[in-house]
Unconditional design. Sequence first.
Length: 95
Amino acid sequence: MKIDKKIVEDIAHLARLELSESENAEMINEMSETLGWMEKLNEVDTSNIKPLIHMSQEINVLREDTPKEMLSHEAGLKNAPNKDSNYFRVPKVID
């Protein structure tokens, strides 16, 4: 694929970027270089390679879900910067 000024301008528009002429030229070079690397990957023989399904061989390495003692209401509010009896007080965010 040939990267030209029009393609860079379209991508910049979609990304909500404003690029100067020098930035456009630099982006054309960088995107062309990146696509060149991708073309090199297309030259590699992958016919005997199985598709990658997971990034590692580990399967759900999780701890057991065991019930534990809950935090009391008082302990939960103990370090609250601003509280009102049994509740956290936070700044109003909706008018």
